[in-house]
Design a protein around this ligand. Structure first.
Ligand code: TYM
Length: 344
């Protein structure tokens, strides 16, 4: 006999997401995540954190971690997140994340984690040398989301598998502890042309903080000259832009630049082709560079502004953490009670 379908989650819709403070933010982070956060805060109760505990799954210089954490917080504010609407905080200031993560470590199965492609990509051939934290990383991510009983998670495409795991953990917890609708099964919000920004040097690899070539990515802190130069040097093919999306499919580098233009202009790749079909990259690249500079320069200027007043930044993060704990603590208390802990 199969179990009856669990009752649907009755709680309120909530958005949660986070970014690791493990290196300079790039255009992929901005288009795949940050701009969506700012958009969603108008319609949802929104929690956005700096994933500093995830960052230390690989070595981080202690002397730099706090500055990197502030940098991500400043980028959130620069991208339009408003602390009066969204709760912004560092993960490590809300211990409920790790408390729930331990319970989830005992819910998730080894086989589930063995399938995580990000771990395989990051660990490469030498997984025995990686930290245990890197392996259980997606379990902490599930706790980040579910400790707020979040229903919507804006992320880039590369996080889809972690969201599937989050749903599996939520469903197994609800089933094992006979609490059919305690945790929601959250949805990844990945739509839009910025969900998978590729490297400027290789249209088959995603734009990434860890790519050794700085020419592969546009950093949020790059100045106008650097942005223009990187776009000018971006790998392309000699053909002009086609009229249809179909014709772009076999040309990953061209497809990427069109998608970046569309995401920056807040339109669709098809609309970009409609405007620029027939144009060669010699002419298209300067237009893309102008657009990228127009969009990103004010963001990096605002970021510098927020970073110049670390006292105010820290105050925002501390207030955010206090607010986050008010929501997270009752969830953990109830999860502990369901598990059967004494005193919970
Ligand atoms: P992180 O820090 O690697 O990336 C932050 C966000 O940027 C997105 N992203 C991209 N989007 C489009 N194109 C790209 N090339 C690109 N590269 C990165 C990521 O998808 C992400 O949305 N595990 C997460 C951090 C995290 C988290 C969470 C996210 C921890 N707990 C809970 C959501 C919910 C990460 O490593 O993101």
């Amino acid at each position: 006999m199969t179990d009856p379908a669990p009752a649907p989650f009755q709680g309120q819709p909530r958005v949660l997401s986070g970014v690791q403070p493990s290196g300079a933010l790039h255009l992929g982070n901005y288009l795949g995540a940050l701009v969506k956060f700012a958009r969603l805060q108008a319609d949802y109760e929104t929690f956005i954190f700096v994933a500093d505990m995830h960052a230390i799954t690989v070595w981080q210089e202690p002397a730099k971690l706090a500055a990197q954490t502030r940098e991500i917080a400043a980028a959130y504010l620069a991208a339009g997140l408003d602390p009066a609407r969204a709760t912004i905080f560092p993960q490590s200031m809300v211990p409920e994340h790790v408390e729930l993560a331990w319970i989830f470590n005992c819910v998730a199965r080894l086989g589930w984690l063995d399938r995580m492609t990000q771990f395989k990509d990051k660990a490469g051939k030498h997984k025995e040398r990686e930290s245990v934290g890197l392996y259980t990383y997606p379990v902490l991510q599930a706790a980040d989301i579910l400790v707020y009983r979040a229903t919507h998670v804006p992320v880039g495409e590369d996080q889809r598998q972690h969201l599937e795991l989050t749903r599996d953990i939520a469903a197994k917890f609800n089933h094992d502890f006979d609490a059919p609708s305690f945790f929601p099964l959250p949805d990844a919000l990945t739509e839009g042309p910025g969900a998978r920004v590729m490297s400027l040097r290789d249209g088959s690899a995603k734009m990434s903080k860890s790519d050794p070539s700085d020419y592969s990515r546009i950093n949020l802190t790059d100045d106008a000259d650097a942005i223009s130069q990187k776009i000018r040097k971006a790998r392309t093919d000699p053909e002009p832009l086609p009229e249809t999306m179909e014709a772009l499919k076999a040309r990953p580098e061209a497809e990427n630049l069109v998608a970046i233009y569309a995401a920056l202009a807040e339109t669709t790749p098809a609309a970009v082709l409609e405007e620029f079909a027939g144009l060669g990259f010699g002419a298209f690249k300067p237009k893309l560079a102008d657009l990228a500079v127009a969009v990103l320069s004010p963001v990096s200027a605002r970021m510098r502004g927020f970073l110049s007043d670390t006292g105010e930044l820290d105050r925002i993060l501390k207030a955010g953490a206090a607010r986050a704990r008010e929501v997270a603590a009752p969830t953990v208390a109830e999860a502990k009670r369901l598990v059967g802990f004494l005193g919970a």
